[in-house]
Ligand binder design. Structure first.
Ligand SMILES: [Zn+2]
Length: 213
């Protein structure tokens, strides 16, 4: 609000200067500078710290459940547990508890191994009738979240946990945001510098689920 008030003050100053009968060179220069400041202020407000899929997890992110598929063995549960905790510890309503009943889970964790798909992990979206859906077209009831053991076997636990965090962002409706490397929704291939959700990511979550729903 304060920024908008300042803009109005600047505009009034500009126009009052331009409306004077005699405009000195100094006044012209001042009004030009003020106009540039106004234009920069207007365009700088267009940048957002998150991108949205524009659909969401039906029922929200509060008091929900995750489960492990049998492909998650040994070490591989760790990045998933870390990702759940890192999101839980943000200033959002993100709260998923573990269940052994896969039918009650809104996030189901898997691993696979592919040397050719070029992915560290991915998320698939499903309807309540267990049909895979296009998340850009409709809301979803649950997701399958996959980590690619082929690539992640040679990276650190912290990196792997960051990949899982990124995928959990997709589960909630955040899209990739490769223009901002210091957000979890930047893809690792585009130079992501963080391994946990940042304030821009959380702003996106809170925009989608203002009360957790
Ligand atoms: Zn992604």
């Amino acid at each position: 609000m304060q920024e908008k008030k300042n803009l109005i003050v600047l505009e009034v100053m500009c126009f009052s200067i331009l409306l004077k009968k005699r405009i000195t060179m100094k006044e012209k220069r001042i009004s030009l500078v003020l106009l540039v400041i106004i234009l920069i202020s207007m365009f700088s407000q267009v940048v957002f710290g998150y991108q949205l899929i524009s659909h969401k997890l039906s029922g929200g992110i509060r008091n929900r459940y995750y489960a492990f598929d049998s492909t998650v063995t040994g070490y591989w549960s760790t990045p998933f547990y870390n990702a759940v905790n890192r999101w839980y510890n943000t200033n959002t309503y993100h709260a998923f508890a573990q269940t052994t009943n896969i039918n009650n889970a809104q996030m189901i964790f898997y691993t696979y191994s592919s040397s050719t798909d070029g992915k560290n992990g991915y998320t698939a979206f499903f309807s309540s009738s267990n049909v895979q859906i296009n998340p850009y077209a409709t809301d979803w009831s649950y997701c399958q979240v996959y980590l690619n053991k082929y690539h992640l076997a040679s990276t650190t636990t912290d990196f792997d946990s960051g990949v899982a965090c990124h995928e959990l962002g997709h589960v909630c409706g955040l899209d990739d945001n490769n223009t901002m490397p210091a957000t979890i929704m930047c893809q690792a291939g585009s130079g992501r510098t963080v391994t946990s959700p940042q304030s821009d990511d959380c702003n996106g979550i809170n925009y989608i689920y203002p009360n957790g729903y």
